[in-house]
Design a protein. Structure first.
Length: 277
């Protein structure tokens, strides 16, 4: 255990893990806070490098048990002021963890016989990405693929809005169209009836009329621009969610739309007896 009383080099590393995307990938670590997230990280087998806390206030029984049971490389005791500065919560977290990143290559995925994958193309809103991670977890998706220039999967706001699901759902990054094309080619070779489904705000086949009970990938696009043109070209079909004809909304929020579509996938799979749950 080491004590930190000032904004020294070690504290500055914790700060950049909280705020700097490039530094997170340089160190291969990210900062996590919140009881649900910490419990789920441990439950799901993520490796924790360090735990951070202050001894200037009493710890809860949960925090004391967590410190005693979780193996780390080194723990750090900070002043209460430094913990407050580091925390993004209104009520300062009593524990924070430095967690090691996992391999997030497409090849690392372990898929079921009837897989369901979701692709989020160039997400620009952290809350939407975290919400979609949560929905994918809740509705049994095998993985989420994030493509292009996007918000960082390991951003604290993404992890917080995921409510623990970040640590349960395999989420990987595909940086360019070539990687996306290779992933789809691999899936089509492995699953001959694999179906790639693009979503659009324009009137296309209503989601409930599309056959969705087989292995498939659902593509959802950037909050403002939608899917890039090349993704539509990769898709087998396009679907949309019908809206009330007299509504003033131009479209659904992307995370809400994806959740509706995922529910329809699971509904059809349940009726066909192959939900995989």
């Amino acid at each position: 255990m080491k004590k930190i009383y000032s904004r020294n080099a070690q504290y500055q590393k914790f700060e950049v893990l909280q705020t700097n995307r490039n530094k997170r990938y340089k160190y291969g670590e990210f900062l996590v806070e919140g009881v649900r997230n910490l419990n789920e990280a441990v439950r799901s087998g993520w490796e924790i490098s360090s735990l951070l806390y202050t001894d200037e206030m009493p710890l809860s029984q949960w925090a004391r048990d967590f410190l005693a049971q979780v193996k780390t490389e080194e723990n750090y005791v900070l002043t209460r002021e430094l913990m407050q500065e580091l925390s993004r919560k209104e009520d300062t977290s009593e524990l924070m963890a430095v967690v090691k990143m996992r391999d997030d290559s497409f090849e690392s995925l372990h898929l079921r016989e009837n897989p369901l994958l979701v692709v989020f193309d160039r997400p620009s809103n952290r809350g939407n990405l975290g919400t979609l991670i949560r929905s994918c977890d809740a509705l049994g998706a095998d993985a989420l693929l994030v493509t292009g220039h996007a918000v960082d999967l390991y951003d604290p706001e993404v992890i917080t809005s995921g409510m623990g699901s970040f640590f349960r759902l395999p989420s990987i990054r595909l940086t360019d169209n070539a990687q996306m094309q290779a992933a789809i080619a691999s899936l089509r070779a492995r699953y001959p009836d694999f179906h790639v489904i693009a979503t659009t705000a324009h009137k296309k086949t209503p989601v409930y009329e599309e056959k969705l009970d087989g292995p498939c990938m659902v593509l959802v696009g950037n909050e403002t621009e939608g899917l890039c043109k090349s993704f539509y070209e990769m898709a087998d079909t396009m679907i949309s969610i019908p809206m009330a004809p007299d509504c003033s909304a131009s479209s659904f929020n992307v995370a809400c739309a994806a959740t509706v579509i995922l529910y329809e996938v699971i509904r059809q799979r349940s009726l066909a007896g192959n939900s995989g749950w």
